[in-house]
Design a protein around this ligand. Structure first.
Ligand code: ZN
Length: 330
């Protein structure tokens, strides 16, 4: 759902001179903005996830059958939450009230619900970005034309978007069946387009019936949106990945919102690496195939990495580790 990090510092440079956005709506800029992200497909908080997986340490180990059952129910819950608005009643009402004042625009492809304070130039930008998003995601599916474009809700600022959603403060956009993002030109128009493509990838996968694995959805979104936040030297992500990685199965369910910023950044970056590994070994065709097979239930989210990469489960750790040492990333 929601979007991915952009540790790029966001400055208050008006990318579009002549913006009519009131000064008080300018995004609060900070040089310490952490990687932007969208909560790993979740509009929800992570409390249920934590409760679901916590087990008293003194309990007897689970049998294989129970372990499988527990994993299935964990993934079922995670899957159900991917597009769940996750809003409390109060936030739901606040969002509905806010959106009632937005204007609807039908640009020919898709439809927009846009804050009336935003200039027409932004409407045009979003409409154009929507077409770009459709074009760059076309290679993920056999029949891209069969995927209906989502509603895109364009807020006047990130703050306005975040105030009526249960998302964390580094959320730049999110997907809950509609794409939600900020159209504030002062927030950076490149970010707007990047965010739209990122969320559109989530839309395409959900339309194919693919909610999990989360690494596939986030990694593909980062790849196709051509995000570069992970390159920031201060994040030291490549050195981190060359020294260790998170267990692959921990990247299958939705990324928890409560996860600390550094862990969240690692989750997103490793997702990107996993997708890049598949693409490097087997091409975009392998991504398209695994998306199709996941959508048809022919492969489970837990088995998707091994299948798509063509690496036996027992060799995944070693092959991934060796690959990361020498990879040159796009
Ligand atoms: Zn995302």
């Amino acid at each position: 759902m929601i979007i991915a990090p952009s540790p790029r510092p966001r400055r208050e440079v008006a990318a579009d001179a002549g913006s009519t956005v009131p000064p008080q709506e300018i995004e609060a800029g900070s040089l310490e903005v952490p990687p932007r992200h969208d909560g790993g497909g979740l509009a929800d908080d992570a409390l249920d996830e934590k409760r679901a997986t916590a087990r008293p340490v003194d309990r007897a180990p689970l049998s294989e059958r129970d372990r499988r059952r527990q994993r299935q129910s964990e993934l079922a819950r995670a899957s159900a939450r991917v597009t769940a608005p996750g809003l409390c009643e109060e936030a739901k009402a606040a969002r509905a009230t806010l959106l009632a004042g937005f204007r609807t625009v039908e640009p020919g492809f898709g439809s927009l619900l846009i804050d009336p304070v935003l200039p027409d130039s932004i409407t045009a930008r979003v409409a154009n970005a929507l077409q770009v998003a459709q074009r760059v995601t076309a290679e993920l599916v056999a029949s891209p034309a069969a995927i209906p474009p989502p509603l895109v809700v364009v807020y006047r600022s990130l703050n306005q978007m975040r105030e009526v959603a249960r998302v964390n403060t580094s959320t730049w956009g999110y997907y809950d069946g509609a794409i939600h993002l900020s159209g504030n030109p002062n927030g950076g128009l490149k970010e707007l387009e990047e965010t739209l493509v990122h969320e559109y990838v989530h839309h395409v996968l959900v339309q194919q019936g693919v909610r999990l694995p989360m690494w596939l959805s986030e990694g593909t979104a980062i790849l196709l949106a051509r995000e570069t936040w992970w390159r920031q030297p201060e994040l030291a992500l490549l050195p981190w990945a060359r020294s260790t990685h998170l267990p692959f199965d921990s990247l299958v369910p939705a990324f928890a919102h409560a996860t600390d910023e550094q862990t969240a950044t690692h989750l997103y970056f490793q997702s990107f690496l996993m997708v890049e590994l598949i693409r490097g070994r087997a091409g975009m065709q392998a991504l398209r195939t695994v998306i199709s097979r996941l959508g048809q239930g022919l492969v489970s989210p837990d088995d998707a990495f091994s299948e798509a990469s063509g690496i036996a489960p027992s060799e995944l750790d070693g092959v991934f580790h060796a690959w990361v040492q020498t990879v040159s990333l796009p």
